[in-house]
Write a protein that binds this ligand. Structure first.
Ligand code: ADP
Ligand code: MG
Length: 383
């Protein structure tokens, strides 16, 4: 049995056996930030942190949900009435997925759900995408919808875009659906094509959460997206994926200074992803470091999504690692996490440097996660 504890807890709560468990991982993005919604390239990796959803079909059209993260709450809604926002912030993610599936004409069955997760929330590791993909994967299995992993990811993205009002791209949901153990995925977000790139066995993915309190993240995030779309439209292309630096330069006068900087980040970042994919496959740390450093600088000065705490963490970790590692912020920015690629023996050096400097400089405690690249969505029957 895949997860006796979760299945047992389900049975204790619902007095009936779970029929299956859908699991979807959080992710870390190695490089390619804010390129996904511009139809560009990203290079994320799924993690072994998982959101697991135990489920059993009901006889009626109710969806009843509990999450071990919110032990005193029960969320429930009917599939027979129009699905609207409820009072529970986390419950809305479940409603969101059911809403977009029904909107597309899929017929869903009522279900009892129990969610457990070790994906840290709000840390830039995309616990929301893990939840959406696990829920969409569960409905796909339960109601025999016949969706591909790509379609499951797109429904997860639509849930976030059209119901949760966060205009995220496809990266988080696609890597959560399609992640491959020990690999990163080069994703072409225009064509939803993926290519698995082996992470060299001696490289560790170390994620450091700044624990900087994130504010106004969604509104800033959505504004960046509008700036990028404006820039593309003024350059006469349908997305920034189709622009290059030469085109940008010839339109400099038509773009606002902000639009120019945002577009410059996206165009240069797309090129860095393709170069980094080769550098990762070749275990070329020098090149990876140059590209990840340039990515961070671009996110700081052109895209303006870093904060002193994440800039500081990158500086602390890069200084500690020297030429033995590559470091940048990762995820949606405005706080959140940084990612370091380094060898096993250097992990303690990072921890030490953070202990020595981070709290005294920024008044915050960082969390360090040493991660493996894990698998995407899995559905396991419970015996
Ligand atoms: P991130 O995706 O970076 O972790 P978000 O703010 O996008 O942060 O998503 C976090 C939200 O996702 C939480 O506030 C909660 O509503 C929902 N969520 C994530 N994990 C769970 C869980 N295990 N149970 C219930 N809700 C969850
Ligand atoms: Mg999220």
């Amino acid at each position: 049995m895949s997860n006796p504890t979760l299945a047992q807890r389900f049975e204790q709560i619902y007095h009936t056996k779970a029929q299956g468990i859908a699991s979807a991982p959080g992710r870390v993005n190695i490089i390619g930030e804010f390129t996904d919604y511009n139809d560009g390239f990203v290079l994320p990796s799924a993690l072994t942190f998982l959101t697991q959803v135990a489920y059993r079909q009901r006889d009626d059209n109710q969806v009843v949900v509990r999450s071990s993260m919110y032990p005193n709450e029960v969320e429930s809604f009917s599939l027979s009435a129009p699905i609207t926002q409820g009072n529970s912030q986390w419950g809305n993610y479940i409603r969101a997925v059911a809403f977009v599936l029904q909107r597309a004409g899929h017929k869903l069955q009522g279900v009892d759900l129990l969610i457990e997760s070790d994906v840290p929330q709000g840390s830039g590791l995309s616990s929301s995408a893990a939840l959406e993909v696990a829920i969409a994967g569960m409905f796909n299995q339960l109601s025999q919808l016949g969706l591909s992993l790509e379609q499951i990811a797109v429904f997860g993205q639509q849930a976030e875009n059209d119901f949760m009002d966060c205009q995220c791209g496809i990266m988080d949901q696609l890597i959560s659906a399609k992640g491959v153990p020990q690999h990163a995925l080069l994703i072409d977000c225009q064509h939803l094509q993926t290519k698995a790139i082996q992470i060299p066995a001696d490289l560790n993915l170390v994620i450091v959460n700044s624990n900087y309190p994130r504010k106004l993240v969604d509104s800033e995030y959505n504004q960046r997206r509008i700036d990028c779309e404006q820039a593309a439209s003024k350059m006469g292309v349908s997305s920034l994926r189709l622009a290059d630096v030469a085109l940008l330069q010839t339109h400099k006068d038509q773009l606002t200074a902000t639009e120019f900087k945002r577009a410059h980040h996206v165009i240069s970042e797309n090129a860095r992803v393709l170069a980094a994919t080769k550098a990762l496959a070749a275990n070329d740390m020098d090149h990876l470091r140059q590209l990840m450093t340039a990515s961070h600088q671009s996110l700081k000065f052109d895209f303006e999504v870093t904060v002193p705490a994440t800039d500081g963490l990158v500086e602390i970790c890069q200084q500690a690692l020297g030429d033995r590692g590559a470091v940048r912020m990762t995820g949606g920015g405005f706080g959140g996490a940084i990612v370091c690629l380094c060898r096993e023996q250097d992990v303690d050096i990072i921890r030490q440097a953070i202990d020595n400097q981070y709290q005294s400089r920024f008044g915050l405690q960082a969390d360090v996660y040493v991660c493996q690249a894990g698998s995407g969505l899995t559905i396991t029957p419970v015996q």
